[in-house]
Design a protein around this ligand. Structure first.
Ligand SMILES: N=CN[C@@H](CCC(=O)O)C(=O)O
Ligand SMILES: [Zn+2]
Length: 414
């Protein structure tokens, strides 16, 4: 049981990510020294200097460590069974990644019992939490028939914060692409609908065409789902433009972008932020650094996107094919060392950026849920402590296990 109120004081560096706008100055403003926070149950009740912190039922001394919002991992595929080590080895020997590998995981996932899938999923969620992830999205997409997609969605809804329907991940072996697309837009959508908030489509060669992707996205929007797109991963393509056209909250991967793609994404943010961050929102570009490394793809142009005024997120894309890690810290490190982001920009993308991509950056919306991804009064009490004097150590000491303590909705989970 958590105490009613908990004071965490003596925080050496507190990166609140409580931004007033997206400018570089705001990055500095969001970092406090010698700070403290107070939780009241699941809610942040106070943030400020340690010296003026109010009393609370319990106190935790951070001993000068660094505090950040918990990671908001806005892209993962955790409902699966089986193993793709052989495919990974072949890739490291020079073979290119292709969408077809999804079929291997689909066969193993269909063969797994509910109990096995539930245990596998719970272990993956626990692993993510242990490394600082406090808000987690995951997708279906390894069922690819009505009952297995429904089952994946139902199991995911038991285990994570946000569930995305990805029936349009691959046309299963032997199926007619048109007939399968109709199924995804009809009977399969009806079956998953009670469990999901989002729909996604893999708009790429070897998966779904632009026209099929548009049909899926519009049907899902009509059913009341928010939209996300896997786009421009394996080559130039229509994914980004389609995501902006349909008002998707996020387009993910974005490795191959031309000028028009960057302009479309930047243009989608032209009317944001308004007061309280609720101006008309655009399409977040979500970069997936671990996936880029594991597929030996050109890194997504995160620096260019930020400079153009696009809101970006960093996510793990944890899945057995292209990115078998849920370590968002590893992704942040890579974004700094290889994508040209500053530490605070990368931390922001993996916290506030993920919340933007899931439309959870402001609180108590239609679902009555609290805001996540930044540390401010009224937001959910999701905080991680790093065993380091500053967040810079995430990139300065790559690969070191810096996660020291994690609270999720006020509960200590590590
Ligand atoms: N690109 C599409 N889907 C996953 C990979 C799925 C798989 O290969 O199993 C991704 O986001 O990388
Ligand atoms: Zn993915």
């Amino acid at each position: 049981m958590s105490p009613a109120t908990l004071l965490i004081d003596n925080i050496g560096e507190l990166s609140t990510q409580d931004w007033q706008d997206g400018s570089a100055d705001a990055a500095a403003a969001s970092v406090l020294r010698d700070a403290a926070v107070v939780f009241d149950g699941e809610r942040i009740a106070w943030v400020g200097p340690s010296s003026s912190a109010p009393a609370a039922d319990e106190r935790y001394d951070a001993e000068g460590r660094t505090a950040l919002p918990g990671w908001v991992d806005s892209h993962s595929h955790l409902v699966f069974a089986g193993d793709r080590t052989a495919e990974f080895e072949a890739r490291m020997a020079g073979q290119a990644y292709a969408a077809g590998g999804i079929g291997v995981t689909t066969a193993a996932t269909r063969a797994a019992s509910d109990g096995d899938l539930r245990r596998l999923l719970a272990a993956r969620v626990a692993e993510a939490a242990a490394w600082g992830t406090t808000y987690l999205e995951t997708k279906t997409g390894y069922g690819l028939d009505v009952e297995n997609e429904r089952r994946s969605a139902a199991l995911a809804a038991e285990a994570v914060d946000e569930v995305t329907y990805l029936g349009a991940h691959l046309v299963p072996a032997g199926a007619d692409p048109e007939a399968y697309t109709e199924l995804v837009c009809g009977e399969m959508l009806d079956a998953v609908r009670p469990y999901v908030r989002w729909a996604d489509v893999f708009c790429e060669r070897g998966a779904f065409t632009e026209e099929q992707s548009r049909r899926v996205l519009l049907a899902c929007r009509e059913a009341g789902l928010g939209l996300r797109v896997h786009g421009n991963q394996l080559g130039p393509g229509a994914g980004v433009q389609l995501a902006v056209e349909v008002g998707a909250a996020s387009v993910d991967h974005v490795n191959f972008l031309d000028d028009a793609d960057v302009e479309a994404l930047a243009g989608s943010w032209g009317k944001w932020p308004g007061p309280q961050f609720v101006g008309r929102m655009g399409t977040v570009a979500t970069v997936l650094p671990a996936c880029d490394l594991s597929t030996r793809a050109p890194l997504a142009p995160a620096r260019r996107l930020l400079d153009a005024g696009v809101q970006i997120a960093i996510a793990s894309n944890c899945n057995p094919g292209t990115s078998y890690t849920s370590s968002v810290a590893f992704c942040v490190t890579t974004a700094v060392l290889q994508m040209g982001l500053s530490v605070q920009e990368a931390v922001r993308a993996a916290t506030f950026g993920g919340a933007l991509a899931l439309r959870r950056h402001v609180g108590l919306d239609e679902d009555g849920q609290r805001a996540v991804g930044s540390i401010a009064v009224g937001h959910r009490a999701d905080i991680q402590l790093l065993d380091a004097p500053s967040a810079t150590h995430l990139a300065y000491r790559p690969g070191m296990p810096l996660t020291f303590a994690v609270w999720r909705a006020g509960e200590r989970v590590r």
